[in-house]
Design a protein around this ligand. Sequence first.
Ligand code: ADP
Ligand code: MG
Length: 358
Amino acid sequence: MPLFNPIDALLGLFSLDIGIDLGTANTLVAVRGKGIVINEPSWVAIERGSKKVLAIGAEAKEMVGRTPSNIIAIRPLRDGVISEFEVTQAMLDYFVKKAHEQSFVPFPRPRVVVGIPSGVTEVEKRAVYDATLAAGAREAYLIEEPMAAAIGVGLPIMESRGSMIVDIGGGTTEVAVFCLGGIVVSRSLRVAGDEMDEDIIHYARQKYNLLVGERTAERVKIAIGSAYPLPEEKTMLLRGRNVVTGLPEAIEVSSIEIREALAGSVGIIVDLIKETLDNTPPELIADLMETGICLAGGGSMLKGLVERIGEEAHMRTWLAPDSMTCVARGAGKVLEELDLLRQVLVSTDRRSTSAPPV
Ligand code: ADP
Ligand code: MG
């Protein structure tokens, strides 16, 4: 086996290294030496009958709730799994090409690391791997999202002392404890930011007979949602349609009410963290008391979540700086130190898995 391949080395100098966070809510792309170059919603608009892809990313999200009946806007990764393979492939294709257009490198054959949720099946892993190669990647690697997030944050995952991450995204919450470059304990759950939006929709309907849209619910969550009493409670107007009269209505809701609405989902996430800690070896628990619990992902920015988890888990808890970009930055960083980090990648050996059965 040749140790040095001059063609590969040359290609490496002139082509891109890309890290992709294929999130259920947002897709981010990090390019080596440039940082995050793309940050767009994971939405795809397709034509109903022909299934033709009409728009991807921000443009597709704009169409949500406003599309004519022959166009549907979907989130192919909604629950953290690859539910729509072809659409996912189109999305990857679009983001890889776009990263290229913005980078002016001569060879359009990047090396790509894609973050995937830790709960995905072998078939789904394979699908993402194939889709990445189909999108023009010269080499493709997969990494579990909590691992990528931890690398992005700079947690000491390769060391013998333990560290822990809780990544709360749109569709999934993932909790993982690391030690010596591996995941020691992990849990994954389909309760995260989207479910909190649903909670608010449900609450408004039950309490006020008010029908509100997903995007309105998300705005309310971000503006006044919380997991712990706020230093100063707030109020906000919730606009929607009264289901009894059928007329538009605006109702003033308080942050106390929204906290009540979110209590179920927040409780489930807190319990998942406690359960993970319950299953963590005591030596590592001792380490975690020093390194603390690191929160990443958009959902972890919910007000008061850090305080709430800290109090319930009896553990120092902190929010990762720039918490929504950790996975993409981590995936990008893996390529910079590929040899060092080879062991953290998910194995999808092309030769062993794509060969036709004999
Ligand atoms: P994914 O990795 O699944 O794509 P992200 O990490 O991008 O998800 O997080 C998206 C989720 O974070 C959405 O549910 C969004 O509503 C939520 N979110 C973003 N900002 C905030 C905030 N300030 N407070 C609460 N939730 C937030
Ligand atoms: Mg994510």
